[in-house]
Design a protein around this ligand. Structure first.
Ligand SMILES: C[S@@+](CC[C@H](N)C(=O)[O-])C[C@H]1O[C@@H](n2cnc3c(N)ncnc32)[C@H](O)[C@@H]1O
Length: 369
């Protein structure tokens, strides 16, 4: 008997109303995210933080924007609980809007681990090729990474930047004693970082270990261009080099003490090919480290909060970008430990160890060649 047949009309109405409530909350939350994108891109939050409580006219003047739009946005932000208002009962020209102190860090402090704004930019990027996504749902195939555009790339880089710049060299690598020791020792260690995006993981490692040399590789040319600029801007270009390369390229050569892949194996069409490269690039006593999503061990309808979000990225972005090749693995964001174990086995690794490093989103895998 189906659950519909077994439920009373009253139980169905309760279930319906609860679903409608969640649906409407989700819609409001989605509007909030897009409104945060507007506030960030136009510098409205920063102007409020720096200039203090402002009327719509003052804010529009300071940000070179159109007052009528800014007034609507300010009122929306207040109703959404993002901004606060003084003189709420006065006319619209004297209402002053401000950022609550607790909202400053998530909204404008781009170096902070609590900086949340890139999530909005990522979401805007993820829906950019929505019609192409519908097309591949119907007919198969994938959506090229490039179609997701600059917002996806920038959001991805910005969301991981604080962790890669601060935690990676100060907490994560020191928690792997033999790697930490090798990166500090002479002769200078060499690190290969596959799927490096804007390069923040490569640069974070080089910043924390002033001896090492890092080679970052990514298939996406605009990302590599930005990675090179980031290396220059941070005076690390002598020790950190970036190249446009496919992680599965059999001609990718070198001998490295550490080979890494941060949050990218699940995006790759051919993850086994990439893992083969990682195995080949690691010296005899080198270490292979994969950092990917901290999802559950198996599918369950009660998936945790991380999985709830990862499935969201997967249906819009990670699965479509990982399905562009004819024989793609089709992994998706929710790459479970057993899936990676199988990929590692197919690539010739003997063992996969999950390292005891705590992070809300990431799991750390050490692969033994
Ligand atoms: C989700 S992003 C992660 C970027 C970066 N590691 C980070 O954590 O911010 C995935 C990256 O993998 C790259 N990528 C996907 N397939 C690749 C492949 N076969 N070879 C090299 N890079 C690849 C994409 O271009 C993209 O930059």
């Amino acid at each position: 008997m189906s659950s519909v047949q077994s439920m009373s009309a009253e139980a169905i109405a309760i279930q319906r109303d609860a679903f409608i409530e969640r649906f409407l909350q989700s819609a409001a939350g989605t509007f909030s995210l897009f409104s945060i994108y507007i506030g960030d891109r136009l510098g409205l939050y920063r102007a409020l933080a720096e200039g203090g409580p402002s009327t719509s006219e003052e804010l529009a003047k300071r940000t070179n924007t159109h007052e009528r739009y800014i007034r609507e946005w300010l009122e929306q932000q207040t109703v959404a609980g993002i901004l606060e208002v003084e003189n709420e009962n006065h006319g619209s020209d004297t209402r002053r809007f401000s950022l609550p102190p607790g909202h400053v860090e998530p909204l404008i402090e781009c170096g902070s681990l609590n900086y949340m704004v890139p999530m909005a930019q990522l979401l805007v990027g993820a829906v950019r090729p929505l019609q192409s996504v519908l097309e591949v749902y119907r007919n198969g195939g994938g959506v090229p990474f490039d179609e997701y555009g600059a917002d996806l790339r920038e959001g991805q880089a910005a969301i991981n930047y604080p962790a890669f710049w601060h935690q990676l060299p100060a907490e994560w690598l020191p928690a792997i004693p033999d790697v930490h020791a090798r990166l500090q020792a002479d002769p200078p260690a060499r690190v290969a970082d596959l799927g490096c995006g804007y390069g923040w993981s490569s640069l974070g490692m080089a910043r924390g270990y002033p001896n090492i040399h890092v080679d970052g590789f990514d298939l996406d040319a605009p990302s590599i261009e930005r990675a090179q600029a980031n290396a220059k801007r941070n005076r690390l270009a002598e020790r950190v080099h970036f190249q446009v390369r496919d992680a599965g390229d059999p001609s990718l050569a070198g001998q490295y003490d550490l080979v890494t892949a941060f949050e990218c194996v699940h995006d790759m069409n051919n993850p086994v090919g990439a893992l083969r490269t990682m195995r080949r690039l690691a010296k005899k006593d080198g270490v292979v480290l994969i950092v990917d999503e901290r999802v559950g061990d198996a599918f369950t309808p009660k998936g945790n909060d991380v999985e709830w979000m990862m499935y969201g990225w997967s249906i819009l972005h990670c699965l479509p970008v990982g399905m562009t090749d004819q024989d793609a693995a089709g992994t998706g964001t929710v790459m479970r430990a057993d899936t990676l174990r199988q990929y590692a086995k197919d690539a010739g690794f003997r063992d996969v160890e999950i390292l005891p490093i705590e992070h809300f989103f990431f799991r750390f895998y050490r692969l033994t060649p």
